[in-house]
Write a protein that binds this ligand. Structure first.
Ligand code: 15L
Length: 279
């Protein structure tokens, strides 16, 4: 894997992983919609994701893509449509045309945000998005599956929790992803010979994880970090935050509460669902 393209390189996650990826992939190329600070003096290709020609130019000569680009929180339908639906399609299609062999798609915990906090879900759990943003991530996973099966690109969708070194609240104790563990997952997606189309949870080895990440472990993922080591900090931060019944009940947290107006007692009764994936 010589030439790796990192989209959304100027964002918080991109900035954290650029030096780590550079050490592994000296041919790393950065991309973002606007010029970004470039302290590692890496080649940079500016591309707005809705601009098909610019995306094609960004992907030219690239073997593997780490696609972090797009809108990273809940937004208006038009914003999500442009950045995360059309933009994601443009990236996969440009990759196909350029003959890229691997794509890492930055999906999100918000693709499955409406699972309850007392459930443990595996990679096979169907999407249960908590926002238009979460829907766009489920779309990206489906798009990846299609490009894998139809065009033979090895696709890994990472349902990323929250990237950083410190759990910001109690919810992040379950979903924190240290950047070193993220890079380990990216390497598996770019290099493991048996990748066809995989969904992994982008979390560290968190004691309080809501996700069964055995699929990632089967491909060799051995996270080095656990948010639990900073539980006291997360709990103190949590005490400063307002409580919200919906945000506190579901894995997606505050994203679930945005614009929420359903009667959850009624829904929970009717769902009568236990996520029993054991069989
Ligand atoms: C995400 O998907 C977002 O990109 C990030 O900004 C955080 O909100 C994160 O999820 C989270 O759930 O903490």
């Amino acid at each position: 894997m010589k030439h790796v393209l990192l989209t959304g390189a100027g964002g918080d996650v991109g900035t954290r992983i650029t030096p780590l990826l550079k050490a592994i992939y000296p041919g790393l190329v950065l991309s973002d919609m606007l010029p970004i600070p470039n302290p590692h003096a890496l080649p940079f290709r500016q591309a707005e994701l809705t601009d098909t020609a610019a995306v094609e130019a960004a992907v030219d000569g690239i073997d593997g893509i780490v696609h972090l680009g797009g809108y990273s929180v809940e937004g208006s339908w038009q914003t999500i449509l442009d950045a995360n639906i059309i933009g994601c399609y443009n990236m996969f299609e440009a990759a196909r045309k350029a003959g890229a062999r691997r794509i890492i798609f930055a999906s999100s915990n918000h693709a499955v945000g409406f699972y309850s906090r007392d459930e443990t879900i595996p990679a096979e759990a169907p999407p249960l998005p908590d926002s238009r943003y979460g829907v766009s991530k489920a779309f990206g996973e489906a798009l990846g599956a299609m490009y894998a099966m139809k065009h033979g690109i090895g696709v890994t969708s990472l349902r990323i929790g929250n990237v950083g070194e410190v759990p910001l609240d109690v919810r992040r104790l379950s979903i924190m992803l240290h950047q070193e563990d993220l890079v380990q997952l990216i390497r598996i997606g770019l290099e493991h010979p048996d990748i066809v189309n995989e969904v992994f949870y982008g979390i560290s080895g968190n004691t309080r994880a809501w996700y069964d990440n055995s699929r990632a472990e089967k491909f060799g993922y051995r996270p080095k970090h656990d948010a639990e080591t900073q539980a006291a900090h997360a709990e103190a931060e949590q005490n400063r935050l307002p409580s919200n019944a919906i945000a506190d009940a579901y894995q997606g947290g505050a994203f679930c509460a945005i614009e929420h107006d359903a009667d959850m007692a009624d829904i929970t009764d009717k769902l009568d669902r236990t996520m029993d994936f054991s069989g």
